[in-house]
Design a protein around this ligand. Structure first.
Ligand SMILES: Cc1cc2nc3c(=O)[nH]c(=O)nc-3n(C[C@H](O)[C@H](O)[C@H](O)COP(=O)(O)OP(=O)(O)OC[C@H]3O[C@@H](n4cnc5c(N)ncnc54)[C@H](O)[C@@H]3O)c2cc1C
Length: 451
Protein backbone atom coordinates (compact mmCIF):
# COMPACT_ATOMS: atom_id res chain seq x y z
CA UNK A 1 0.00 0.00 0.00
CA UNK A 2 1.37 3.37 -0.98
CA UNK A 3 1.51 6.25 1.49
CA UNK A 4 -1.23 7.98 -0.51
CA UNK A 5 -3.58 4.98 -0.19
CA UNK A 6 -2.86 4.73 3.50
CA UNK A 7 -3.70 8.42 4.01
CA UNK A 8 -6.98 7.98 2.05
CA UNK A 9 -7.93 5.02 4.25
CA UNK A 10 -7.20 6.92 7.46
CA UNK A 11 -9.13 9.96 6.26
CA UNK A 12 -12.17 7.76 5.34
CA UNK A 13 -12.13 6.27 8.88
CA UNK A 14 -11.79 9.69 10.47
CA UNK A 15 -14.76 10.94 8.40
CA UNK A 16 -16.86 7.92 9.35
CA UNK A 17 -15.88 8.38 12.99
CA UNK A 18 -16.70 12.11 12.79
CA UNK A 19 -20.18 11.47 11.34
CA UNK A 20 -20.82 8.75 13.93
CA UNK A 21 -19.72 11.06 16.73
CA UNK A 22 -22.02 13.83 15.52
CA UNK A 23 -24.96 11.38 15.30
CA UNK A 24 -24.23 10.22 18.84
CA UNK A 25 -24.13 13.82 20.08
CA UNK A 26 -27.45 14.51 18.36
CA UNK A 27 -29.03 11.42 19.92
CA UNK A 28 -27.79 12.33 23.42
CA UNK A 29 -29.10 15.86 22.93
CA UNK A 30 -32.59 14.70 21.83
CA UNK A 31 -32.79 12.21 24.74
CA UNK A 32 -31.77 14.83 27.29
CA UNK A 33 -34.32 17.31 25.89
CA UNK A 34 -37.07 14.69 26.07
CA UNK A 35 -36.14 13.97 29.68
CA UNK A 36 -36.22 17.67 30.56
CA UNK A 37 -39.60 18.08 28.84
CA UNK A 38 -41.04 15.18 30.85
CA UNK A 39 -39.80 16.69 34.14
CA UNK A 40 -41.26 20.08 33.13
CA UNK A 41 -44.62 18.51 32.20
CA UNK A 42 -44.75 16.75 35.58
CA UNK A 43 -43.99 20.02 37.37
CA UNK A 44 -46.75 21.83 35.51
CA UNK A 45 -49.25 19.04 36.15
CA UNK A 46 -48.39 19.08 39.86
CA UNK A 47 -48.95 22.85 39.99
CA UNK A 48 -52.37 22.42 38.33
CA UNK A 49 -53.36 19.46 40.55
CA UNK A 50 -52.51 21.37 43.72
CA UNK A 51 -54.39 24.51 42.65
CA UNK A 52 -51.07 26.31 42.18
CA UNK A 53 -51.51 26.75 38.45
CA UNK A 54 -52.31 30.48 38.52
CA UNK A 55 -49.68 33.19 39.04
CA UNK A 56 -50.24 35.58 41.96
CA UNK A 57 -48.61 38.73 40.65
CA UNK A 58 -46.91 40.17 37.59
CA UNK A 59 -45.67 37.26 35.48
CA UNK A 60 -44.50 36.39 31.96
CA UNK A 61 -46.99 35.52 29.24
CA UNK A 62 -45.40 33.65 26.36
CA UNK A 63 -46.66 34.13 22.81
CA UNK A 64 -46.32 30.60 21.35
CA UNK A 65 -46.29 32.04 17.83
CA UNK A 66 -43.13 34.04 18.58
CA UNK A 67 -41.37 31.66 21.00
CA UNK A 68 -38.43 29.92 19.31
CA UNK A 69 -37.97 27.44 22.17
CA UNK A 70 -34.35 28.58 22.63
CA UNK A 71 -34.63 28.33 26.46
CA UNK A 72 -32.80 31.66 27.02
CA UNK A 73 -35.65 32.70 29.36
CA UNK A 74 -35.40 29.53 31.45
CA UNK A 75 -31.81 30.20 32.48
CA UNK A 76 -32.09 33.73 33.85
CA UNK A 77 -34.83 33.58 36.50
CA UNK A 78 -33.38 34.45 39.94
CA UNK A 79 -36.14 32.35 41.57
CA UNK A 80 -35.06 29.11 39.85
CA UNK A 81 -37.05 26.71 37.65
CA UNK A 82 -40.14 28.74 36.85
CA UNK A 83 -40.17 28.75 33.05
CA UNK A 84 -39.36 25.49 31.24
CA UNK A 85 -39.47 24.26 27.68
CA UNK A 86 -42.34 21.91 26.80
CA UNK A 87 -42.90 20.92 23.17
CA UNK A 88 -40.37 23.52 21.99
CA UNK A 89 -42.14 26.42 23.73
CA UNK A 90 -41.47 28.20 27.05
CA UNK A 91 -44.17 27.45 29.64
CA UNK A 92 -44.68 28.86 33.15
CA UNK A 93 -44.47 25.61 35.16
CA UNK A 94 -44.32 27.05 38.71
CA UNK A 95 -46.66 30.04 38.40
CA UNK A 96 -47.04 30.82 42.12
CA UNK A 97 -43.28 31.16 42.59
CA UNK A 98 -42.99 33.94 40.02
CA UNK A 99 -42.49 37.37 41.65
CA UNK A 100 -42.16 39.35 38.43
CA UNK A 101 -38.41 39.96 38.12
CA UNK A 102 -38.86 40.24 34.34
CA UNK A 103 -35.41 38.85 33.50
CA UNK A 104 -37.10 36.39 31.12
CA UNK A 105 -38.67 39.22 29.15
CA UNK A 106 -35.26 40.88 28.76
CA UNK A 107 -33.55 37.62 27.78
CA UNK A 108 -36.02 36.58 25.07
CA UNK A 109 -34.42 37.18 21.65
CA UNK A 110 -37.75 37.00 19.78
CA UNK A 111 -39.84 39.33 22.02
CA UNK A 112 -42.21 36.46 22.75
CA UNK A 113 -42.57 37.37 26.43
CA UNK A 114 -44.60 40.15 27.95
CA UNK A 115 -45.23 40.80 31.64
CA UNK A 116 -48.88 40.79 32.63
CA UNK A 117 -51.20 40.83 35.65
CA UNK A 118 -53.82 38.09 36.04
CA UNK A 119 -54.75 35.44 33.51
CA UNK A 120 -57.74 34.85 31.24
CA UNK A 121 -59.32 32.69 33.97
CA UNK A 122 -58.23 34.51 37.13
CA UNK A 123 -58.43 38.27 37.30
CA UNK A 124 -56.15 40.33 39.52
CA UNK A 125 -57.30 43.56 41.17
CA UNK A 126 -54.85 46.43 40.86
CA UNK A 127 -55.20 50.21 40.99
CA UNK A 128 -55.84 51.77 37.62
CA UNK A 129 -52.57 53.42 36.56
CA UNK A 130 -51.03 54.50 33.29
CA UNK A 131 -47.54 53.50 32.17
CA UNK A 132 -46.39 56.76 33.84
CA UNK A 133 -47.93 55.53 37.11
CA UNK A 134 -50.62 58.23 37.16
CA UNK A 135 -53.99 57.09 38.50
CA UNK A 136 -57.35 58.02 37.02
CA UNK A 137 -57.20 61.07 39.34
CA UNK A 138 -54.93 63.41 37.32
CA UNK A 139 -51.86 64.42 39.33
CA UNK A 140 -52.19 61.55 41.82
CA UNK A 141 -49.67 58.75 41.28
CA UNK A 142 -49.02 55.28 42.69
CA UNK A 143 -45.48 53.90 42.62
CA UNK A 144 -43.88 50.72 43.97
CA UNK A 145 -45.51 47.68 45.48
CA UNK A 146 -48.82 49.45 46.13
CA UNK A 147 -49.34 49.31 42.35
CA UNK A 148 -49.19 45.50 42.40
CA UNK A 149 -45.56 44.94 41.43
CA UNK A 150 -43.03 43.84 44.05
CA UNK A 151 -39.22 44.12 44.15
CA UNK A 152 -36.90 46.94 45.06
CA UNK A 153 -35.63 47.52 41.55
CA UNK A 154 -39.20 47.95 40.22
CA UNK A 155 -40.01 50.35 43.06
CA UNK A 156 -36.94 52.51 42.26
CA UNK A 157 -37.80 52.60 38.56
CA UNK A 158 -41.45 53.44 39.16
CA UNK A 159 -40.75 56.12 41.78
CA UNK A 160 -38.46 57.88 39.36
CA UNK A 161 -40.80 57.61 36.35
CA UNK A 162 -43.80 58.79 38.36
CA UNK A 163 -41.89 61.83 39.69
CA UNK A 164 -40.46 62.69 36.25
CA UNK A 165 -43.96 62.64 34.76
CA UNK A 166 -45.53 64.57 37.64
CA UNK A 167 -42.85 67.28 37.58
CA UNK A 168 -43.02 67.63 33.81
CA UNK A 169 -46.73 68.45 34.14
CA UNK A 170 -46.72 71.08 36.88
CA UNK A 171 -48.99 74.11 36.35
CA UNK A 172 -47.24 76.89 34.45
CA UNK A 173 -45.34 79.42 36.64
CA UNK A 174 -47.66 81.43 38.80
CA UNK A 175 -50.77 79.43 37.85
CA UNK A 176 -52.98 77.85 40.48
CA UNK A 177 -53.39 78.39 44.19
CA UNK A 178 -50.55 78.67 46.71
CA UNK A 179 -49.15 75.29 47.72
CA UNK A 180 -46.61 74.03 50.26
CA UNK A 181 -44.79 71.99 47.67
CA UNK A 182 -44.73 70.93 44.03
CA UNK A 183 -44.56 67.23 44.88
CA UNK A 184 -45.60 65.36 48.00
CA UNK A 185 -44.17 61.85 48.23
CA UNK A 186 -45.72 59.49 50.76
CA UNK A 187 -43.56 56.56 51.91
CA UNK A 188 -39.84 56.36 52.57
CA UNK A 189 -39.18 53.02 50.84
CA UNK A 190 -37.25 52.60 47.58
CA UNK A 191 -40.10 54.03 45.46
CA UNK A 192 -40.43 57.13 47.66
CA UNK A 193 -36.65 57.56 47.80
CA UNK A 194 -36.31 57.49 44.00
CA UNK A 195 -39.25 59.88 43.57
CA UNK A 196 -37.84 62.43 46.02
CA UNK A 197 -34.36 62.18 44.46
CA UNK A 198 -35.93 62.82 41.05
CA UNK A 199 -37.43 66.03 42.46
CA UNK A 200 -33.99 67.09 43.74
CA UNK A 201 -32.51 66.33 40.32
CA UNK A 202 -35.22 68.43 38.65
CA UNK A 203 -34.60 71.22 41.20
CA UNK A 204 -38.24 71.20 42.27
CA UNK A 205 -39.82 71.59 45.70
CA UNK A 206 -40.75 68.29 47.35
CA UNK A 207 -41.82 66.92 50.71
CA UNK A 208 -41.23 63.26 51.61
CA UNK A 209 -43.19 61.90 54.56
CA UNK A 210 -42.76 58.51 56.25
CA UNK A 211 -44.87 57.14 59.10
CA UNK A 212 -42.00 55.16 60.63
CA UNK A 213 -38.35 55.16 59.59
CA UNK A 214 -36.69 55.82 56.25
CA UNK A 215 -35.95 52.55 54.36
CA UNK A 216 -39.45 51.13 53.93
CA UNK A 217 -40.01 47.39 54.12
CA UNK A 218 -36.25 46.79 53.98
CA UNK A 219 -35.90 48.57 57.33
CA UNK A 220 -38.11 45.84 58.84
CA UNK A 221 -36.19 42.88 57.38
CA UNK A 222 -34.46 40.58 59.87
CA UNK A 223 -30.94 41.63 60.80
CA UNK A 224 -28.34 40.60 58.18
CA UNK A 225 -31.00 39.35 55.75
CA UNK A 226 -29.60 38.87 52.29
CA UNK A 227 -31.47 40.99 49.76
CA UNK A 228 -31.37 40.11 46.07
CA UNK A 229 -31.53 43.12 43.85
CA UNK A 230 -30.50 43.82 40.28
CA UNK A 231 -28.87 47.16 39.45
CA UNK A 232 -31.17 50.18 39.39
CA UNK A 233 -30.54 53.82 38.55
CA UNK A 234 -31.21 56.30 41.35
CA UNK A 235 -31.53 59.97 40.36
CA UNK A 236 -28.68 62.21 41.58
CA UNK A 237 -26.59 59.36 43.06
CA UNK A 238 -26.46 57.00 40.05
CA UNK A 239 -26.26 53.21 39.90
CA UNK A 240 -27.42 51.11 42.82
CA UNK A 241 -25.38 47.97 42.10
CA UNK A 242 -24.04 45.23 44.36
CA UNK A 243 -21.66 42.31 43.98
CA UNK A 244 -23.50 39.32 42.48
CA UNK A 245 -26.75 41.29 42.94
CA UNK A 246 -26.79 40.35 46.62
CA UNK A 247 -26.44 42.65 49.60
CA UNK A 248 -27.27 42.52 53.29
CA UNK A 249 -30.12 44.60 54.65
CA UNK A 250 -27.60 46.73 56.59
CA UNK A 251 -25.44 47.39 53.51
CA UNK A 252 -28.48 48.37 51.46
CA UNK A 253 -29.74 50.76 54.14
CA UNK A 254 -26.22 52.22 54.47
CA UNK A 255 -26.18 52.80 50.68
CA UNK A 256 -29.52 54.62 50.88
CA UNK A 257 -28.34 56.66 53.89
CA UNK A 258 -25.28 57.69 51.91
CA UNK A 259 -27.55 58.64 48.98
CA UNK A 260 -29.60 60.71 51.41
CA UNK A 261 -26.47 62.43 52.76
CA UNK A 262 -24.94 63.08 49.31
CA UNK A 263 -28.14 64.52 47.85
CA UNK A 264 -29.25 66.42 50.93
CA UNK A 265 -32.55 64.52 50.84
CA UNK A 266 -34.91 65.54 53.65
CA UNK A 267 -37.32 62.97 55.09
CA UNK A 268 -40.05 63.91 57.53
CA UNK A 269 -40.20 60.75 59.62
CA UNK A 270 -43.02 59.79 62.01
CA UNK A 271 -45.55 61.65 59.86
CA UNK A 272 -48.55 59.51 58.92
CA UNK A 273 -50.51 60.15 55.75
CA UNK A 274 -54.27 60.01 56.38
CA UNK A 275 -56.27 61.22 53.35
CA UNK A 276 -55.92 63.06 50.08
CA UNK A 277 -58.50 65.21 48.34
CA UNK A 278 -58.26 67.39 45.24
CA UNK A 279 -59.79 70.83 45.70
CA UNK A 280 -59.65 73.50 43.00
CA UNK A 281 -56.83 71.71 41.22
CA UNK A 282 -54.66 71.36 44.36
CA UNK A 283 -54.19 68.27 46.52
CA UNK A 284 -54.97 68.70 50.19
CA UNK A 285 -53.26 65.95 52.13
CA UNK A 286 -54.18 65.33 55.75
CA UNK A 287 -51.33 63.96 57.85
CA UNK A 288 -50.81 63.27 61.55
CA UNK A 289 -48.95 66.59 61.65
CA UNK A 290 -51.35 68.79 59.75
CA UNK A 291 -52.39 69.61 56.21
CA UNK A 292 -49.98 69.69 53.26
CA UNK A 293 -51.04 71.31 49.98
CA UNK A 294 -49.30 70.03 46.86
CA UNK A 295 -49.59 70.24 43.08
CA UNK A 296 -48.82 66.52 42.69
CA UNK A 297 -48.86 63.54 45.03
CA UNK A 298 -47.12 60.17 44.76
CA UNK A 299 -48.40 57.39 47.00
CA UNK A 300 -45.50 54.99 47.58
CA UNK A 301 -46.98 53.30 50.64
CA UNK A 302 -46.02 49.70 49.85
CA UNK A 303 -48.37 47.02 51.18
CA UNK A 304 -46.79 45.91 54.43
CA UNK A 305 -48.86 48.29 56.53
CA UNK A 306 -51.68 45.75 56.52
CA UNK A 307 -50.33 42.20 56.86
CA UNK A 308 -52.88 39.47 56.22
CA UNK A 309 -54.13 38.14 59.56
CA UNK A 310 -55.31 34.66 60.47
CA UNK A 311 -58.65 36.00 61.66
CA UNK A 312 -58.61 33.96 64.90
CA UNK A 313 -59.57 34.85 68.48
CA UNK A 314 -56.53 35.85 70.59
CA UNK A 315 -54.63 37.01 67.52
CA UNK A 316 -53.96 40.31 69.27
CA UNK A 317 -51.93 38.60 72.02
CA UNK A 318 -48.45 40.22 72.11
CA UNK A 319 -46.84 36.90 71.18
CA UNK A 320 -48.36 37.04 67.68
CA UNK A 321 -46.28 39.11 65.24
CA UNK A 322 -46.15 39.73 61.51
CA UNK A 323 -42.46 40.51 61.01
CA UNK A 324 -39.11 39.48 62.42
CA UNK A 325 -36.55 42.17 63.09
CA UNK A 326 -34.11 40.73 65.65
CA UNK A 327 -33.98 36.91 65.59
CA UNK A 328 -31.48 36.98 68.49
CA UNK A 329 -34.27 38.29 70.71
CA UNK A 330 -35.80 34.81 70.70
CA UNK A 331 -33.74 32.14 72.44
CA UNK A 332 -34.71 28.77 73.92
CA UNK A 333 -38.37 29.35 72.97
CA UNK A 334 -41.18 27.35 71.41
CA UNK A 335 -41.76 29.18 68.15
CA UNK A 336 -44.19 28.56 65.29
CA UNK A 337 -43.92 30.27 61.92
CA UNK A 338 -46.92 30.35 59.58
CA UNK A 339 -46.20 30.63 55.85
CA UNK A 340 -44.46 28.61 53.15
CA UNK A 341 -43.43 31.65 51.08
CA UNK A 342 -39.98 33.21 51.16
CA UNK A 343 -40.74 35.46 54.15
CA UNK A 344 -41.98 32.56 56.34
CA UNK A 345 -39.28 30.15 55.28
CA UNK A 346 -36.52 32.72 55.87
CA UNK A 347 -37.94 33.57 59.31
CA UNK A 348 -37.88 29.86 60.23
CA UNK A 349 -34.26 29.70 59.05
CA UNK A 350 -33.20 32.62 61.26
CA UNK A 351 -35.13 31.42 64.31
CA UNK A 352 -34.00 27.82 63.85
CA UNK A 353 -30.27 28.62 64.05
CA UNK A 354 -28.87 26.07 66.53
CA UNK A 355 -27.07 28.85 68.47
CA UNK A 356 -30.48 30.29 69.50
CA UNK A 357 -31.78 26.99 70.90
CA UNK A 358 -35.36 27.61 69.77
CA UNK A 359 -37.78 24.78 68.97
CA UNK A 360 -39.16 25.94 65.64
CA UNK A 361 -42.11 24.51 63.72
CA UNK A 362 -42.85 25.86 60.25
CA UNK A 363 -46.53 25.51 59.34
CA UNK A 364 -47.12 25.26 55.59
CA UNK A 365 -50.63 25.23 54.12
CA UNK A 366 -49.84 23.15 51.02
CA UNK A 367 -48.24 19.75 50.53
CA UNK A 368 -44.97 21.42 49.50
CA UNK A 369 -43.34 24.82 49.06
CA UNK A 370 -45.25 26.39 46.22
CA UNK A 371 -44.38 30.04 46.83
CA UNK A 372 -40.77 29.89 47.84
CA UNK A 373 -37.58 29.99 45.78
CA UNK A 374 -35.42 26.91 45.38
CA UNK A 375 -32.47 28.21 47.38
CA UNK A 376 -34.68 28.82 50.43
CA UNK A 377 -36.36 25.43 50.01
CA UNK A 378 -33.02 23.67 50.01
CA UNK A 379 -31.79 25.52 53.10
CA UNK A 380 -34.94 24.76 55.11
CA UNK A 381 -35.06 21.11 54.04
CA UNK A 382 -31.40 20.71 55.02
CA UNK A 383 -32.20 22.28 58.39
CA UNK A 384 -35.11 19.87 58.82
CA UNK A 385 -32.88 16.89 58.07
CA UNK A 386 -30.42 18.10 60.74
CA UNK A 387 -33.33 18.38 63.22
CA UNK A 388 -33.01 22.18 63.49
CA UNK A 389 -36.62 22.88 62.46
CA UNK A 390 -39.79 20.84 62.02
CA UNK A 391 -41.92 21.35 58.92
CA UNK A 392 -45.63 20.52 59.13
CA UNK A 393 -47.16 20.48 55.66
CA UNK A 394 -50.90 20.76 55.05
CA UNK A 395 -51.34 22.44 58.40
CA UNK A 396 -53.02 25.60 59.68
CA UNK A 397 -53.48 27.28 63.06
CA UNK A 398 -56.93 26.54 64.47
CA UNK A 399 -56.67 28.19 67.92
CA UNK A 400 -54.28 30.55 69.68
CA UNK A 401 -53.75 30.32 73.46
CA UNK A 402 -51.22 32.13 75.66
CA UNK A 403 -48.93 29.08 76.03
CA UNK A 404 -49.88 26.89 73.06
CA UNK A 405 -51.58 26.74 69.68
CA UNK A 406 -53.93 24.14 68.23
CA UNK A 407 -52.84 23.11 64.76
CA UNK A 408 -55.11 21.47 62.21
CA UNK A 409 -53.23 18.72 60.37
CA UNK A 410 -54.28 15.94 57.99
CA UNK A 411 -54.15 13.51 60.89
CA UNK A 412 -56.31 15.70 63.15
CA UNK A 413 -55.82 18.63 65.53
CA UNK A 414 -52.57 18.74 67.50
CA UNK A 415 -51.51 20.92 70.39
CA UNK A 416 -48.14 22.66 70.11
CA UNK A 417 -46.34 24.43 72.97
CA UNK A 418 -45.92 28.02 71.84
CA UNK A 419 -44.23 31.18 73.14
CA UNK A 420 -44.22 33.11 69.85
CA UNK A 421 -46.28 32.89 66.69
CA UNK A 422 -44.93 34.55 63.54
CA UNK A 423 -47.43 34.98 60.73
CA UNK A 424 -46.24 35.54 57.14
CA UNK A 425 -49.44 35.18 55.16
CA UNK A 426 -48.90 38.06 52.74
CA UNK A 427 -50.53 41.48 52.84
CA UNK A 428 -53.97 42.96 52.27
CA UNK A 429 -53.97 45.46 49.45
CA UNK A 430 -55.44 48.74 50.79
CA UNK A 431 -57.81 49.02 47.85
CA UNK A 432 -60.74 50.29 49.90
CA UNK A 433 -58.66 53.21 51.11
CA UNK A 434 -57.55 54.02 47.54
CA UNK A 435 -61.12 53.88 46.29
CA UNK A 436 -62.00 56.41 48.99
CA UNK A 437 -59.62 58.84 47.24
CA UNK A 438 -61.41 58.27 43.92
CA UNK A 439 -58.82 55.83 42.54
CA UNK A 440 -60.37 53.10 40.44
CA UNK A 441 -59.42 49.47 41.01
CA UNK A 442 -59.55 47.31 37.91
CA UNK A 443 -59.43 43.59 37.31
CA UNK A 444 -56.65 42.58 34.95
CA UNK A 445 -57.10 39.41 32.91
CA UNK A 446 -53.64 38.97 31.44
CA UNK A 447 -52.70 42.52 30.51
CA UNK A 448 -49.80 44.78 31.42
CA UNK A 449 -49.71 48.23 32.98
CA UNK A 450 -51.63 50.97 31.24
CA UNK A 451 -53.40 48.50 28.91
C1 LIG B 1 -39.65 39.28 53.77
C2 LIG B 1 -39.48 40.02 52.46
C3 LIG B 1 -38.36 39.80 51.69
C4 LIG B 1 -38.16 40.50 50.50
N1 LIG B 1 -37.00 40.29 49.79
C5 LIG B 1 -36.77 41.02 48.67
C6 LIG B 1 -35.56 40.86 47.94
O1 LIG B 1 -34.68 40.07 48.29
N2 LIG B 1 -35.40 41.61 46.80
C7 LIG B 1 -36.34 42.51 46.38
O2 LIG B 1 -36.13 43.17 45.35
N3 LIG B 1 -37.50 42.68 47.06
C8 LIG B 1 -37.74 41.97 48.19
N4 LIG B 1 -38.90 42.15 48.88
C9 LIG B 1 -39.92 43.09 48.34
C10 LIG B 1 -39.49 44.57 48.58
O3 LIG B 1 -39.15 44.75 49.92
C11 LIG B 1 -40.63 45.49 48.18
O4 LIG B 1 -41.10 45.16 46.89
C12 LIG B 1 -40.16 46.95 48.17
O5 LIG B 1 -39.66 47.30 49.43
C13 LIG B 1 -41.33 47.85 47.78
O6 LIG B 1 -40.91 49.17 47.87
P1 LIG B 1 -41.97 50.36 48.08
O7 LIG B 1 -41.16 51.62 48.13
O8 LIG B 1 -43.05 50.24 47.10
O9 LIG B 1 -42.64 50.07 49.50
P2 LIG B 1 -42.03 49.84 50.93
O10 LIG B 1 -40.60 49.45 50.88
O11 LIG B 1 -42.97 48.90 51.60
O12 LIG B 1 -42.11 51.28 51.60
C14 LIG B 1 -43.34 51.89 51.87
C15 LIG B 1 -43.17 52.89 53.00
O13 LIG B 1 -44.36 53.63 53.13
C16 LIG B 1 -44.60 53.88 54.49
N5 LIG B 1 -46.02 54.13 54.71
C17 LIG B 1 -47.05 53.26 54.57
N6 LIG B 1 -48.21 53.83 54.91
C18 LIG B 1 -47.90 55.11 55.27
C19 LIG B 1 -48.68 56.21 55.72
N7 LIG B 1 -50.00 56.11 55.91
N8 LIG B 1 -48.06 57.38 55.99
C20 LIG B 1 -46.70 57.51 55.83
N9 LIG B 1 -45.91 56.50 55.40
C21 LIG B 1 -46.51 55.31 55.12
C22 LIG B 1 -44.16 52.58 55.15
O14 LIG B 1 -43.89 52.80 56.55
C23 LIG B 1 -42.94 52.23 54.35
O15 LIG B 1 -41.76 52.75 54.95
C24 LIG B 1 -39.14 41.44 50.06
C25 LIG B 1 -40.29 41.68 50.85
C26 LIG B 1 -40.46 40.99 52.04
C27 LIG B 1 -41.68 41.28 52.86
Amino acid sequence: MTTENLLDLVSEHVEAFGVGFLLLLGWVNVRSRKKHHKVAEKKLQKAIDTQMGEPLTLHPEVDPGLCAGCAACTRVCPEGDILKIINHRAVLVSPTKCVGHGECEQACPTNAISLVFGTKTRGMDIPRITSDYETNVPGLYIAGELGGMGLIRNAVKQGRLAADHALAHLPKDGAGAAVDTDLLVVGGGPAGLAAALAAIEAKRRYILIEQNSFGGTVFNFPRQKIVMTKPAELPVVGQMRFKQDKVTKEELLAFWDEARRKSGLQVREKVKFETVEKKNGVFEVKTSQGLIRAHKVILALGVRGSPRRLGLPNEDLPKVTYNLLEPEQYQGRDVAVVGGGNAGVEAAQYLGKPSLGNRVTLLVRGAGFDRCNEENQKIIRDMESRGEVKIWYQSSVAEIHPDRIQVKRESGVESLANDYLFVFAGAEMPHKMLMGFGIQIEKKFGTGLGK
